[in-house]
Design a protein around this ligand. Sequence first.
Ligand code: NOJ
Length: 456
Amino acid sequence: MSYEFPPGFEWGVATAAYQIEGAIAAGGRKPSVWDTFSALPGRILQGATGAIACDHYHRYAEDVKWMAELGIKHYRFSLAWSRIIPDGRGSVNETGIDFYRRLLDCLQHYGITPHATLFHWDSPQALEELYGSWQSRDMAQDFADYATAVVSRLGDRITSWMTINEIVCFTHIGYDVNRIPVHAPGTSVASLKQVWQTSHHALLAHGLACQAIRAASPGPCSVALVDNFVPTVPLTESAADIAAARQAFHLHGTNGGILEPALTGAYSPALLAQLGENAPEIRDGDLAIVHQPLDWIGFNSYFGTYARAAETPAGYEVLPFPQGYPQLNMPWLHFVPDCLYWGIRHLSETLNRPDLPVRVTENGCAGQDSLTEAGEVLDSDRILFLRQYLRSAHRAIQEGYPLQGYFAWTLMDNFEWAYGCDRRFGLLYTDYETQRRIPKASFHWYRECIRQNRVV
Ligand code: NOJ
């Protein structure tokens, strides 16, 4: 099999503001919850913060040159809310906007199309102090106002918008019951209901922002949500296991309470029954706001969970990973290449949205990368990982699913949240001492895929 992709398939890379920009006090930016959180002792591995990260704020031109060198035509990045509206609501900091204008002009110079995420977890600290961030319904309206501010200023340069990245990661991992949450803002709450309330508010923010983007855009644009739902992968592709995987999908992780309402207009009834009094308060009209028409969906694909038919009351079981199952350098990053194909198929079949174009907005892995004496990074593990996931993407296209593009995570090693700078996901190796970028073997390999428009 030659694993060739259709003409026009979009090859890209993805990044996020807090993970690469640094320059946290430059040009009028004020703190985000991640600045506050990462400054707390013990929260981030080796005490790292995003204060400098890859210093992309100052080095964006070099970084865009690397993108051109890689041969990508599509770049997904995020905008920092607290650079643009430093207090979270109220006046717009035009200096912050100017930074993104410079970046966008540079991308345009190299013929690279920008795809912008409005929110990748770094909400303004001011709103945390004002009303506890996502605990408050007010956050949704403030986010929509921020969307209006951005799109009315940058809509001449950006037409591909994503509202929010991975709702679960700043809600169910940022707020927790009886445990210290692993992500910012790191708030302990009294009940699971309160946790679900934060993700419900984020869904509202997504819905209001879709409306705001369309209203503010000076020309036609496309709008998407980016989610890291967890695909249930049938253990065998027998009809019974496939049916089991479809059934299991709704109750797995937060699938039925985040992706499902966004794409279908209703929380999974099975999930609501399971949550009982822990279900969020959903006011009249909320689901209509949450369920906005989307032009495409962004799928961040990393791992999945195996499911099979079984004689349980539900008729299926979800399987734990056996001891020694292949895994990359993150506790959650099991090697499940088929999850990319099954994720796309579930969107079509299980959530009944075969109409919705898909982009894989992230896919990648952390390795224990190091420089050889000759100055190379020989990350054959990353090549293995990406090659197999891309083959799975190819299968989805072969079978007629509407996959349009693929963004590798990530351009360069960066601030990996609670894991600081210890876990390297980049195609470029970042030498944090000198800020030198060094292409890894996977960079050369991915460039060849792009050049040949197939998995090599
Ligand atoms: C998904 C997140 O969007 C991104 O910020 C993170 O670095 C990667 N997963 C890897 O953990």
